[in-house]
Write a protein that binds this ligand. Sequence first.
Ligand code: COA
Ligand code: MG
Length: 296
Amino acid sequence: MMRSLLFAPGDSDKKMQKASAIGADCVILDLEDSVAAARKPVARGMVREFLQSAPNPAVEFYVRVNPLDSGLILDDIAAIVPAAPTGIVLPKANSPQDLLAVAHFIDVLEAEHGLPAGQIKILPVATETAAAVFSLGEYRHNVPRLSGLTWGAEDLGAAVGASANVDANKEWTQPYLLVRSLCLFAAHAASVQAIDTVMADFRDLEYLEVVCNEARRDGFTGKICIHPAQVEVTNKAFSPSPAELEHAHAVIDLFARNPDAGTLQLDGKMVDRPHLTQAERIIALAKSIEARHGAA
Ligand code: COA
Ligand code: MG
């Protein structure tokens, strides 16, 4: 489970190094919008070399390539697949068909470089075009290499000519709340991670905490970050608290002691099967965090 996914521009060795050592579960090395057109070739080489330096085994490394229609993506993928990143972030994906096209490029390159077939994952930014919104439900049909779904509000806003995507209180406006919800359900329908979008206002850590807690409450399991300061808040929000763990253990014990019961009570509150499912989810999350970072 990737709780925090921190972007670092692919043409900055300093930021790639720093991002890898800050406690983020995933670092996304960027070849798209944070790299100027003239810098793309040098960035490809830097990202490849950086990955080959085997930066940090506790971190999953993804590379955000350029979009399918950019004319740049083949060169991006050819440069970085030999360095075997965990996965590729595909921006401006319109539908699972776009992922299939990218998966075919990767198939060929994995074979050419002796990598296990299907090893490199794809994480689409699945709401950055207007058309993409209507294909979110299709990700549930066994899309190869899919590891998660995330959403974006900046490019989508630009695509529809929106003058803003948040209101005066920094809350998402209606169109982006809709897209956020669709992404959440599409990811769960596809049994992959639901990853919340970036909060661009990276100095406001108090509001970040609120936003992360709301995202986790709703069923998101991680969030994109753009600044190192966001990582700690994000990791904490997407980890089970001691009280949650205690409660989850209590629910599981209760059902274990009453294997034939459908509904039980715990501390004067009804618990039934959905509570057991949720408790098991929380224990699984704690185990996955422990596996990544050693016993907490
Ligand atoms: N990864 C690694 N290090 C980062 C970082 C990032 N994403 N963002 C900032 N830092 C570093 C800075 O280099 C600086 O390091 P230093 O103290 O050793 O000099 C330190 O963290 C503090 O940075 P700060 O001065 O607060 O911000 P900044 O003005 O240097 O950078 C951004 C602001 C937005 C340019 C920067 O956060 C950034 O590049 N973010 C990622 C952008 C990106 O990849 N976008 C694509 C996805 S939307
Ligand atoms: Mg973008």
